[in-house]
Design a protein around this ligand. Structure first.
Ligand code: SF4
Ligand code: SF4
Ligand code: SF4
Length: 459
């Protein structure tokens, strides 16, 4: 981004920040009445500012200042001019083999720097606040404990959503300079909508700052199940905060999210959860994709690594199913070992093998590292296979450039399949569509039985 972009963005931000809080107060007061707090208004204003800045039309000429809000880039579906230009470059032999880091070289480093800064702040804040929340709250005075809990909720809900909006904008600018962004725009739109529902609207409407616990279906976490028994430490901790009605509403939200994830996956494949809804690792992998890993070049997983991840995948699924089975049997009233101890073990497993490992992968490996062995990912992957999820290839179009392989975050070999016209149906495919976007000849397409049915119906 050239310096003029930042000036335009800053001036618009100044205008919006003076207008948005006032309109937010009016709208919020009408819609939500007494549930509105100052932090809601502040966060809401920042998010609206971020969205307004993000939807500015990219300038055709970098020297021309365009301060209008003229297009909605997340929904823009076609870049024909871009494809024609790329085809011309290919035919002239000027295009070099793509590599996963090519946009790092072709795009202004200020956008890369800004995205890296956001990701770094996100990780550092997460480590500090999670450390305080899980390690210090139990020993702190009630006032300090209440402040840390508030801070955790504010970070998890508002800061995260703001970062998702700003990060999406930057990522589209960076990626869009070297390839199509059709699938990415859909992915990022999904994550923004999900963040607004789970982190902003849901908590305000249900008056529950920890609603995100209930946005991940089984077997990823059993936390919601613990709220079904008045004897668990989790229930006793949250009863005074949520109240009985709050607990029922949180469980209802959890049921709705589970149904939405399952039904959506049966129609659209693993893409629905892993590249549109997931606010654990899916959003981070997509929103910060151009700068992952933070340190060093992106690593490609080779055969031994894939084998190790495959073992971890089934191991973590067995562990997750084990925890789920424990809580189901416990809730059915069977005599079981101490539930508090089991809940603690699951919390430590989450902190060490999931949260910390996911961030470790962001820093040194790739955004999707955790997705290789996530238990929920394995379940939706199996469902995806059941409903015919695949990447189809038009053999006659393929020029064997290798861009698809270079951009796939799950180390799937699409190039070889495209050479023979064979569709790719891999359990670990997260359906991100990076391969589809990166193909200069539009050879690849993401598909499921339902999507094929819709396509045939249109013909
Ligand atoms: S594999 Fe798991 S963590 Fe990764 S996007 Fe899917 S549900 Fe989220
Ligand atoms: S499918 Fe597309 S991106 Fe992959 S090798 Fe063929 S032309 Fe290149
Ligand atoms: S095969 Fe394509 S859709 Fe699947 S993970 Fe790789 S890039 Fe994403």
């Amino acid at each position: 981004m050239v310096s003029g972009d930042w000036k335009v963005a800053a001036s618009n931000a100044a205008i919006f920040t003076s207008v948005v809080p006032v309109s937010s107060i009016i709208v919020a007061a009408i819609l939500l009445n007494e549930k509105i707090q100052l932090s809601h208004l502040l966060g809401m204003s920042l998010i609206v500012c971020g969205i307004l800045i993000a939807i500015q039309k990219p300038r055709a000429n970098p020297t021309e200042i365009d301060s209008s809000i003229a297009s909605w880039p997340f929904l823009c579906l076609s870049r024909k001019k871009f494809i024609i230009k790329k085809k011309l470059q290919l035919s002239k032999g000027t295009r070099t083999m793509a590599n996963q880091n090519n946009f790092r070289e072709t795009k202004s480093s200020s956008e890369i720097k800004a995205l890296k800064a956001i990701l770094s702040v996100y990780i550092i804040l997460c480590l500090i606040i999670a450390g305080l929340n899980f390690g210090y709250v139990s020993r702190a005075t009630p006032e300090v404990a209440a402040f840390i809990t508030w801070l955790w909720g504010f970070y998890e809900n508002w800061i995260k959503t703001i970062f998702i909006v700003l990060g999406s904008f930057l990522t589209l600018r960076i990626i869009g300079s070297s390839q199509r962004t059709v699938m990415r725009k859909r992915n990022l739109t999904g994550f923004i909508v999900m963040a607004l529902v789970v982190h902003i609207l849901g908590p305000i409407i249900l008056d529950n700052q920890e609603l995100y616990f209930f946005a991940m279906p089984l077997p990823w976490t059993t936390i919601p199940l613990q709220l079904m028994d008045p004897g668990t430490a989790f229930y006793l901790k949250y009863l005074p905060i949520f109240g009985l009605t709050g607990i029922s509403l949180a469980l209802l939200f959890y049921l709705i999210v589970t149904i939405v994830v399952l039904v959506g996956t049966l129609l659209l494949g693993r893409r629905w959860q892993c590249s549109t809804l997931c606010l654990f690792n899916g959003f981070a992998s997509e929103v910060f994709d151009p700068v992952m890993p933070l340190l060093g070049p992106r690593k490609k997983v080779k055969a031994p690594g894939l084998k190790l991840f495959s073992i971890l995948r089934w191991l973590f699924l067995v562990i997750a199913v084990g925890f789920t089975a424990y809580w189901v049997l416990y809730l059915l009233g069977l005599p079981m070992i101490n539930s508090d101890a089991v809940a603690k073990i699951e919390t430590y497993k989450y902190l060490s093998a999931e949260l910390l490992m996911a961030m470790f992968f962001w820093v040194v490996f790739s955004g999707r590292g955790y997705c290789y062995y996530c238990p929920l990912g394995t379940v939706v992957g199996l469902l995806g296979k059941l409903v015919g999820q695949k990447i189809t290839a038009d053999q006659s179009n393929c020029i064997q450039c290798g861009h698809c392989n270079a951009t796939c975050p799950m180390a799937i070999d699409l190039k070889t399949s495209a050479a023979t016209g064979r569709a790719v149906s891999e359990l670990r495919c997260v359906g991100c569509g990076h391969c589809v976007d990166s193909c200069p000849t539009e050879t690849l397409a993401y598909s499921t039985q339902f999507l094929e049915f819709l396509k045939n119906k249109k013909k």
